[in-house]
Design a protein around this ligand. Sequence first.
Ligand code: NOJ
Length: 725
Amino acid sequence: MASQTAKTILEEMTIQEKIGQLIQLSGDFFQNGTAAITGPLKEHHLSLETIYTAGSVLGISGAERVRQVQTDFLKHSRLKIPLLFMADVVHGYQTIFPIPLALGATFDPQTMHDTAAVAAKESAAGGVHVTFAPMVDLVRDPRWGRVMESTGEDPYLNSVMAKAAVNGFQGKLPLDANHIAACVKHFAAYGAPEAGREYNTVDISEWRFREQYLPAYAAAIEAESLLVMTSFNTLFGIPATANQKLMRDILRQELDFKGVLISDWDAIGETIAHGVAGNLEAAADLSLKAGVDIDMMSFAYAKYLEKAANLDEHTKLLIDEAVVRILDLKVALGLFEDPYRGLSVEREATTILSSDNLHVAEQAAEKSMVLLKNESVLPLATDAKVALVGPGAHTGDLLGSWSWQGDPQKTSSIYDEFKSRFKSVEYAKGCGFHALNYQELDQAVMIGRDSDVIVAVVGLPSSETGEATSLTQLTLPTEQLTLLKQLAALNKPLITVVLTGRPLDLTAVAAVSSAIVLAWYPGSRGAAALTNILTGEVNPSGKLPMSFPRHVGQVPIYYNHYNTGRPISQTADDDENKYLSKYVDAKSEPLYPFGYGLSYADLAVEQLKVLNPIVNDSQNLQVEVTITNHSTISATTVMQVYSHQLVGQTVRPVKELKYFERLSLAPLETRDILVTLPLTTFRSMQSNLQWQVEDGDYTVMVGLDSDNVLQQPFEIRANNKRGQE
Ligand code: NOJ
C-alpha cells in the first residue's frame, strides 16, 4: 500500500521527474560531488537536468562522498527527493566474510544472519542504502563462476540461508539506521545457465523451476526483502527482465512481492541482443509491462523522456506504479526525514573494521572450512617444523570476488599467521597459480625435505571466481599439481589447503595429500581461522553445500537427483550391467558428496527412531536421533535429515534435505535429539504445478553427510489434503 508521502509527492511530480525516478545511474555520473557527464557517458545523451531527477545511483560509498553527493543532489532536486545509494555488499563491506558459498558450508543461519548484519552496519555507516544481496540462485554447475555467490545446490538450505541473510541486512522492519534494504537476486534461475557458460540460456521446466529454484527466492520475499533484481538469463523462452509471466504472475501475484523490482545492469537493453526487442524503446516497453521499476544502466527508460508529452495512459499508469514503489522504499529508509541516515565520518570510523566485526569474520571462517580428508595428520602440533608452500600461502588475496571495499593489502596472509603460531615455519612459494619456474619449485622441495610437515596452499586466484569467470576445467592448474606431486614424493605428511570459490575436481589432489582442508575464500580473518583449524584450537565443522565431482564430465552433479528408470545400485551389479544410468569411464557418484565434512573427533549417528511411523492429518513426523562423540575432544557437527518419497505423482529426488542442525558435543557425549517435521515439509510439486503432500510410503534418513545415512520408513495417511499453499 502506497504511503501518504509517496502519494503526495507523486501528485506534484512532472512526468519527467517521474521517469527520472526509474533511472539508476552509475557513480561515474557524480564526480567531485556533483553531476557530471564526461567521456563515454556522453553517449547516453542525458542532460544534467535528468541526472538531477534520477532516483538512484550504484557504487558510490563513503560517508563523506555520499554526504557530498546527496547535498548537491538535493540542492538541484525541485521536490527535494533524496537519491538512493545502492551497492553490491555481498559478503561484507570492509570487514570481509567468507564468500557466500562458504557461508552455506557453515549450515548455520545464525552465522549468515550475523555476517549480513555486520555488513549492513558497516555499509550503512558508509552511506549505502540498498545492497544487491543476497544472491539465492540454486547452483549445480561449478563451471559457472558465480556459484561462489550462492549457498549451493539445495533448495532447503538456500531458503533457510536466504531468509537469514535478508533478516541480517534489514533487521526488524521498519529499517533503522544500522540496517539496509536487501535486494534478492537474480530472479530467476540465473544459476542454471546451459553448460555453465556465463549469461547463457536457461531452459528448465516450470515444474522443476517451481519445485527447486523458486523456493529460495520465495523465502527471501517472505522475509520481506524490499527489492528483487531481475536476472540476465532467459526463462520459459523470454528474457527474465521482459518476462511478464515471471514478474507479474509469479513474483507480484503469487509471491505477493510489493517492493521494488530492479533490472540487472543493462539487462533491459540486453533484451535487444536476446532478440525479443527491436530497439531500446521496445525494450523499455517490454520491461515496464513486465513490472520492472528501475532500469540499471541501460538508459532504456530514459527513452520515455523523449516522448513524455505523448505517453499513452497505460504507460503513464505503469510509470506511476513504479514511482510509488520507489518513493515508498525511500520512505522505508527514512530518507525524507534524514536523507543522510545519520551519516558521519566519526560513525564510519568507529563502525568499520571494528574488532567485534573482525571477530564475527573469524568465527564465520572457522565454521565454513571443510575438512575433506585426514589421514591422522591433523591437527598439527605448534612445535612441528612446518614448510609452508604454494601460491596462496603468502597473499592477502583471501577475500574472493565481490569484496570491492575489502583490502587484500591489509589482509594478513597464512604465512603471517603461521609465524605467530608455529615455532618453526619456512616459506617458499613453489609456483604461481598458473606459473612454474624450477627455481621456485626446487626451493619448496628443499624446505619440504627439511620439515616435519608440509602445508601447501593451492587453488584458484580470486579473480577466477564471480561474474564472468566460467571455466571448462575444474582441476587444479597443472603447475600446482606438479608442485604437489614433487612434495608428495618427499614422503612427509602433506596437508593441502584449497582456496576456491567453486567445487573443483580434487581427484589428483586427494591422491597425493595426507589431508585436505577446503578454505574457500575465507575473508579478512581467514588466515587466522585456518591456523586455528590446523592447530586444532578449533575443530572443523563445515559441510559441503555443493557436491564435489570426480571429473568435470559429471557436471551438473547434485545429491538430490532423480532415480531414473535404470538407476545404479552401488553394488557389483552396476559393473556387470551396461544398460544403467552411468558412465563407462568413471564412477557416477561425486568425489565428496553434499553435506560432507570431517571432524577431528569420531562422531556417529547411532540410532534413528521414528516415533510415529504412520503420520495422519493432524500430526507432524517425529524422529529421535542419537549422536555420539566417541572422542575425548569436543566437536561441532551438522545433523542432516533427509527424506524420500517412494511413489509420487511426479518423480521424486532420491534424497531431499528437510532439516539440519549444528550441534556441539562434549567429549564422549551421547545426545538424543528430537526432530519434529511438519507435514508440509513433505510436499511435492505436482504435474499441475501445485504443491501437495501425498499419502504413501516415505523414508526418513539422518546422517552427518548426504551419503552415509541411517534410514527408517514412515507413511503419510493424510487423505492427500494438506500442503497446498
Ligand atoms: C551485475 C551483476 O549480475 C549483479 O549481481 C550486480 O548486482 C550488478 N552487476 C551491479 O553491480
